[in-house]
Write a protein that binds this ligand. Structure first.
Ligand code: SAM
Length: 258
């Protein structure tokens, strides 16, 4: 059984506590949207699981959104479909009801990722699309030098890709997703060339991994990154990233067909 908080949050974080600024800092990025759209192909009906504030939902398709957290549902723009209060692990839909389904930046929070993906496969006749991070690559990011606990948390939370592909069954392709320098969707690696933006506590709060470390560790990160930026040592080591148009980090897109 999936445990839920007062807000309905069903994963490993309480979005009532950390989700208030999500829609402002996690705006859909059009380049990532294009990659998702290609993976969904010509699907007319699409299920979005862990839909949050509705990023990457488009009027060009009939979207059904599932989102357990009230704090996240409340931030959905009025033009989008009202999200259904349910969890990935127990989807209230018939077998094969949707042409395609997607789950974006969500599967690492679920209490049982495999059960959720099996449910998505069950209710979908076409592709199941999963945007997630490869835990084997998250520590490669420069942030690991300044906030190792945050990326250790990420490496622990993101399910290994082979677990996801096994749960999905059928045939799954895995595609790295390049992150644009001015990415509007503020997950940690989106700031690869703009380190100053990670000094904003609200930007960090929009990435749930930061909620797993305490105030002392967050303060230590702030102090050490500020010092490295002030002394020029960050730029000496990583300044080349300020002009790199895209970054190949841990972001990947899985596309599974039956
Ligand atoms: C980082 S947010 C991503 C939201 C949105 N997909 C996006 O791309 O911005 C993760 C979302 O997954 C949802 N979530 C967590 N556990 C879940 C579960 N077991 N079933 C469905 N959604 C879940 C959270 O409530 C949250 O809204």
């Amino acid at each position: 059984m999936v445990m839920r908080t007062h807000d309905g949050s069903a994963g490993d974080v309480d979005h009532h506590r950390i989700g208030s600024g999500y829609a402002s800092y996690r705006r859909p990025d059009e380049r990532i949207a294009h990659v998702i759209a290609q993976a969904l192909g010509d699907a007319g009906t699409v299920l979005n699981v862990g839909a949050g504030t509705g990023s990457y939902e488009t009027a060009a398709r009939t979207i059904t959104a599932v989102e357990p957290s009230l704090a996240m549902r409340a931030q959905r723009p009025a033009r989008l479909a009202t999200a259904i209060d349910a969890v990935a692990e127990d989807l209230p839909f018939a077998d094969g009801e949707f042409d395609a389904s997607m789950t974006l930046f969500s599967v690492h929070q679920w209490s049982d990722a495999e059960a959720g993906l099996r449910e998505m496969r069950r209710v979908t006749c076409g592709p199941v699309v999963v945007l997630t991070c490869d835990p084997a690559r998250v520590r490669d990011f420069w942030l690991y030098e300044y906030a190792p606990d945050v990326l250790e948390t990420e490496a622990r939370r993101y399910p290994p890709l082979d677990r996801l592909t096994t749960a999905l069954g059928g045939s799954t392709s895995i595609q790295p997703v390049p992150i644009p320098l001015d990415c509007t969707d503020g997950f940690n690696e989106a700031y690869y060339g703009r380190p100053e933006l990670l000094l904003d506590p609200a930007a960090r709060q929009a990435c749930s991994a930061w909620s797993f470390i305490d105030d002392h560790a967050r303060q230590a990160f702030d102090t050490s990154l500020r010092r490295a930026l002030g002394s020029g040592s960050w730029d000496e080591a990583f300044g080349h990233l300020r002009n790199r148009p895209t970054y190949d980090g841990s972001l990947v897109l899985l596309r599974s067909t039956p």
